[in-house]
Write a protein that binds this ligand. Structure first.
Ligand code: DGL
Length: 252
């Protein structure tokens, strides 16, 4: 069974993409809403929450893990894999498949993410090692605003403030490197116009399929776990997974 985790509903974008390419995979999803948003937390705190999420999923039978959260990527310490009983090929995260998708890209890239992701410098150093020019924009508070249903107008204000210093014409792509951001795609579009957006969910799903199929196939069972029940999560799940049957369970 594939376990997927995020701070809340953002990872549903990745869950949906995985179900599109592997409909028969059994999936267990954990949204850690009680601790959301992650993107303003320290590296230490994110490391602790990451280990907790992996344990929540493993305790309920997950044998492979997908981190559908960019903000924790710097916390996925390889040195802990042994202690967590996790082989490296059984863990998929956001940064590797996203960078790999753009490895031959010739134009400068703009990347939007949480403050935690931007300050980890993971994306920036990976792209620079490939000789690709990248600028990274942190959008404080946007993931939380999306998670807890703040109005579109307020979300647009946060986006506009973060992008004000950038000349978008310079870039060949804008990577939405927070899984919550595609949920506010219309607001990004409204504020930024016709920049070519990239949502990494599909690239990550392709990697999941390449790495985990056919090992992780079952009958398409879906279970959603949350550490706090919210109407926003329920609404987002219903919108993203209109044809799926699933239970939402609250865990400690
Ligand atoms: N969706 C997560 C990410 O990709 C976390 C966002 C947050 O909780 O701040 O970074």
């Amino acid at each position: 069974m594939i376990g997927i985790f995020d701070s809340g509903s953002g990872g549903l974008t990745v869950l949906k993409a995985i179900r599109d390419v592997m409909p028969s995979a059994d999936i267990l999803y954990f949204g850690d809403i009680r601790n959301a948003p992650y993107g303003e937390k320290s590296r230490e705190e994110l490391s602790r929450l990451t280990v907790n999420s992996i344990r929540v999923l493993q305790a309920r039978g997950a044998t492979s893990i997908v981190s559908a959260c960019n903000s924790v990527s710097a916390s996925l310490a390889i040195s802990l894999f042994d202690s967590l009983g996790l082989a490296q090929q059984n863990l998929i995260e956001m940064v590797g498949p996203t960078v790999s998708y753009f490895k031959d890209f010739k134009k400068p890239i703009l990347l939007a993410a949480t403050p935690a992701t931007v300050s980890s410098e993971l994306y920036q150093s990976a792209f620079r090692m490939l000789g690709i020019t990248i600028d990274a924009v942190a959008i404080p508070k946007l993931a939380g605003a999306i998670e807890f249903g703040v109005s579109a107008t307020d979300q647009e204000r946060l986006i506009a403030a973060a992008f004000a210093p950038y000349d978008l014409e310079k870039y060949g792509a804008l990577i939405l490197a927070c899984t919550h951001y595609p949920l506010a795609g219309a607001s990004f579009r409204k504020v930024l116009g016709e920049v070519p957006f990239f949502d990494p969910a599909e690239a990550v799903a392709e990697r999941v399929k390449r790495q985990l199929w056919p090992r992780e196939v079952g009958d398409g069972t879906l279970r959603l776990l949350v550490s706090r029940d919210t109407p926003q999560f329920r609404a987002q799940a219903a919108k993203m997974l209109p044809d799926a049957s699933y239970l939402i369970e609250v865990v400690d």
